[in-house]
Design a protein around this ligand. Structure first.
Ligand code: HPA
Length: 275
């Protein structure tokens, strides 16, 4: 009977974030692999390592330093989550989505999810920025599996518009203002951690995916359940397996992400200022 429920764990973490960071941020940004140093661009920032937040899962992956930074970006009060956990690390999908639930519980209404992804659409190339219009969940897991708690939202939440059309238009306008060209498409989440086979990539293309990655979907599902407006941004770091001759490596993914960093920071700053 001493085990504490999911809602109580989220509430406990939210209380500590509130105490450490003060005023509730207007929006939260979850940073993908290699984008962690975007957090350093915040001004008047308070930083809290994930290890100091109760029940918070801590990432084991290179390129995912774990800290919450609350400060100003693009003239807005923003919570940046530098580092996320993934189901391939062995975390259940609801642990992957824990940080998102904490943000929603705090009162944050808008969520920007970023990730590194492989390009499946033959029109993409490494360096393409893709606004996520929709997703396909192939993780084999859903963060809402298990005991239901109405305080998180409905048991069977609608997923017709997980990614807000309104925010997507704002992202397009922000990109145009910064001279960044963006694509739109469907993000397929797979379990990983092995990259796909060429046959799996052909399958993903056939079912309508434009990009493939190992994150984002658990967070998007809980954000949808909790009524947050979600914007998803994929940085295409590589073409998916079999599309180019070279084998895939995480180091190459991180290197392309670093090369895209300046563009991504400028774009994020512009988007955040307009949300
Ligand atoms: N596949 C899956 N996840 C990824 C990839 C990929 O090609 N690139 C970056 N994350």
């Amino acid at each position: 009977m001493s085990e504490i429920g999911a809602f109580a764990r989220v509430a406990a973490a939210a209380e500590v974030v509130d105490r450490r960071c003060g005023t509730v941020p207007e929006l939260a940004v979850i940073l993908g692999s290699g984008l962690g140093d975007v957090a350093a661009t915040l001004t008047d920032a308070v930083t809290v390592p994930y290890s100091e937040l109760p029940h918070w899962p801590v990432s084991t992956v290179v390129g995912h330093p774990g800290r919450l930074v609350v400060g100003a970006l693009g003239g807005r009060r923003v919570a940046v989550l530098a580092g996320r956990v993934h189901t391939y690390e062995g975390y259940p999908a609801d642990a992957v989505a824990f940080a998102t639930r904490v943000m929603a519980r705090l009162g944050v209404r808008q969520l920007v999810l970023t990730n590194a992804a492989g390009g499946v659409n033959t029109g993409f190339s490494p360096g393409t920025v893709m606004i996520i219009d929709d997703h396909i969940n192939l993780l084999g897991a859903n963060p809402l599996t298990g005991a239901h708690d109405d305080r998180f939202g409905p048991r069977f939440p609608d997923m017709t518009e997980v990614y807000s059309a309104r925010l997507s238009v704002i992202a397009d306008e922000a990109a145009a203002a910064r001279g960044v060209s963006v694509a739109h498409g469907v993000y397929a989440a797979v379990a990983g951690p092995s990259y796909e086979t060429p046959a799996e990539v052909r399958y993903l293309r056939a079912i309508g995916a434009d990009a493939v990655g190992m994150s984002t979907v658990p967070e998007a599902i809980v954000a949808g359940q909790m009524g947050m407006e979600v914007l998803g941004v994929s940085c295409i770091t590589n073409m998916a397996a079999g599309m180019h001759a070279a084998p895939l490596s995480h180091d190459d993914v991180l290197e392309t992400m670093r090369a895209m960093r300046v563009t991504c920071v400028a774009l994020l700053e512009e988007i955040v200022g307009r949300l």
